[in-house]
Design a protein around this ligand. Structure first.
Ligand SMILES: [Zn+2]
Ligand SMILES: [Zn+2]
Ligand SMILES: [Zn+2]
Ligand SMILES: [Zn+2]
Ligand SMILES: [Zn+2]
Length: 301
């Protein structure tokens, strides 16, 4: 079966590739989908993501979200948030909601954020680092026998000790009920708690006013068009540059862009999403000015 291919060095193909990775995340098992599989994937997963997005944050006892977890944010188990189960066909009824790790043989039952002290890992009161502890429930130390479970006295920027914080997994409704920002709807995988451009700043820097907050009534009542909703945009087929190139190649791996060649950092996550959103707003303005009938038709999809 022919897999999706992206022309190395071509700007449009790189954009398509990044968009593909943001949408598919880890779900292709490291092997690019075929164009058909990609379309099927989007049809199946995006509506679930839109309906059932879970927001993940690390919350201080004072109620500040000191950390908003994004796709690249590491867990206690050392794997990233995107490597955990983040799409739910049905949101579990029980609370707290468990977000288990999907890496084989990892014993992590649910995503658990551990802060860093600057760039340094923090220590447990047993003196050993988080990754020297078991990610299974109990978080016991693998190195010593005096540890009763990972417990760090590191003081967060909010002034509270790390151990008094908790990783919170919640629904959009649960966040809105507390007046917390929920951001735009985006089709990307494992967005966790990222809701706005300042999401990656620490909580006390944002004073919890980050993100765009609840959408305005005007936004909610505006007719949905293909351009202003990144979800609908994601339902469009692969762009022409992608399709053209997949016809030109024989699918050999030498022409397929290596996944590892485009490393993402945590800081990239929100910037990318924000850029895509701004580009769409801009495009929408242009489209409205031209009143292009072709675009208007597409928006009915
Ligand atoms: Zn894990
Ligand atoms: Zn984990
Ligand atoms: Zn310990
Ligand atoms: Zn220990
Ligand atoms: Zn804090």
């Amino acid at each position: 079966m022919e897999r999706l291919t992206f022309q190395p060095g071509a700007a449009a193909a790189i954009d398509d590739y990044l968009e593909y990775k943001r949408i598919v995340g880890e779900d292709d098992g490291g092997k690019l989908f075929t164009p058909d599989e990609y379309e099927q994937y989007k049809k199946r997963v995006l509506p679930i993501r839109l309906q059932n997005r879970l927001y993940v944050s690390w919350r201080s006892p004072t109620g500040i979200d000191c950390k908003l977890v994004g796709p690249e944010t590491p867990c206690f188990c050392s794997h990233r948030y995107k490597q955990h189960k983040t799409d739910f066909e049905v949101i579990p009824k029980e609370r707290p909601i468990s977000v288990p790790c999907r890496v084989s043989r990892c014993t992590c039952k649910s995503y658990n954020f551990v802060p860093l002290n600057g760039t340094q890992p923090i220590r447990c009161r047993c003196k050993h680092f988080a990754d020297q502890h078991s990610p299974a429930t109990g978080f016991l130390c693998n190195v010593c026998s005096k540890c009763s479970g990972f417990h760090s006295c590191f003081t967060c920027g909010c002034g509270q000790p790390a151990y008094s914080h908790e990783t919170v997994v919640e629904t959009k409704e649960e966040r809105l009920a507390q007046g917390k920002p929920v951001g735009h709807d985006v089709p990307y995988a494992a967005m966790g708690g990222l809701t706005g451009f300042s999401s990656l700043a620490e909580g006390y820097m944002r004073l919890d006013d980050s993100g765009i907050g609840a959408p305005s009534a005007q936004f909610l009542e505006a007719p949905v068009t293909n351009m202003d909703n990144p979800f609908l945009k994601a339902f469009q087929g692969p762009s022409s540059s992608m399709q053209a190139y997949s016809q030109l190649t024989d699918g050999s791996t030498s022409t397929t862009m290596k996944v590892s060649s485009l490393r993402r950092s945590e800081e990239d996550d929100m910037a990318y999403s924000e850029r895509q959103y701004q580009a769409r707003l801009k495009q929408e303005k242009i489209t409205n000015a031209d009143a292009d009938p072709g675009t208007l038709q597409l928006s009915k999809i």
